[in-house]
Design a protein around this ligand. Structure first.
Ligand SMILES: Cc1cc2nc3c(=O)[nH]c(=O)nc-3n(C[C@H](O)[C@H](O)[C@H](O)COP(=O)(O)OP(=O)(O)OC[C@H]3O[C@@H](n4cnc5c(N)ncnc54)[C@H](O)[C@@H]3O)c2cc1C
Length: 218
């Protein structure tokens, strides 16, 4: 009989693990994947392309629903694992169900850092990490909202570009005196700044965010 193996997290590591187990030990485990995002596992690196309208959510899925089904993997998505009862070897889910395991894998990734400034938790302040963030950002862009992106590293630049392309008026704030200062020297960063501005993004350098104010307070 197959051993019940539960993977918490339905991201890139979970998909790769399921793929390797299917290749190396097909049938040995009855695999259940629990993910809190409301989608099948996808290539997170390509979220920027979804934001920029250059790919659809479906196009960045790592595996189709049929792939998971054909390998006997049970995928529960849109539902967080809330607690683990090690003695009873059960994972308790947000929907009230329990899933039994013989082996348990945490593949829960990471959570984005939020700015440690007053106002960072106000409504309208978003992070850029998962598919739910992208849904919210695209809704802002389609409402032609004015957006400020904090951080001129790779992710900030990708977010700013995607949002501008999707219809927002975007200002990018960066703490340092040049964009991507860890990767670029001053001349290259100046070229990049000009290119980003040509995409319609206003860039403010040496901009240290001290506080985020509710709309209308500034
Ligand atoms: C826009 C963007 C671009 C990136 N570009 C690059 C790049 O170019 N190169 C690079 O190397 N890396 C890049 N990264 C980082 C890369 O995507 C991550 O390192 C990678 O996704 C980590 O994979 P993971 O499976 O460990 O975690 P994740 O992909 O984060 O997956 C973990 C999953 O577990 C879920 N989860 C967490 N807690 C629970 C719970 N209690 N119950 C159920 N589910 C839960 C999460 O919601 C998530 O869906 C990028 C990230 C982003 C956001």
């Amino acid at each position: 009989m197959s051993e019940p193996l539960v993977i918490i997290g339905n991201g890139m590591a979970a998909a790769r693990l399921a793929e390797e187990l299917a290749k190396r030990a097909l049938g040995r485990y009855a695999i259940a994947v629990i993910g809190d995002e409301p989608r099948l596992a996808y290539n997170r690196v390509l979220l920027s392309s979804v934001l920029a309208g250059e790919a659809t959510s479906q196009e960045i899925e790592l595996k189709s629903a049929a792939w998971w089904r054909d390998r006997g993997v049970t995928v529960t998505y849109g539902c967080a694992a809330q607690s683990v009862d090690l003695a009873a070897r059960k994972v308790h889910l947000a929907n009230g169900m329990d899933v039994s395991f013989s082996k348990l894998v945490f593949a829960t990734g990471s959570t984005p850092l939020r700015l440690n400034v007053p106002g960072a938790d106000l409504p309208g302040v978003h992070t850029f990490r998962d598919s739910r963030d992208v849904d919210q950002l695209l809704a802002l862009a389609s409402a032609r909202a004015r957006v400020v992106v904090v951080g001129g590293g790779l992710l900030g630049l990708e977010a700013a570009y995607g949002l501008a392309k999707a219809g927002s008026k975007v200002t990018l704030l960066h703490l340092m005196d040049r964009l991507m200062e860890r990767q670029l020297d001053a001349p290259a960063a100046a070229l990049l700044k000009r290119l980003v501005e040509m995409k319609g993004v206003e860039v403010l350098l040496g901009a240290n965010t001290k506080q985020i104010l509710r709309g209308g307070e500034s």
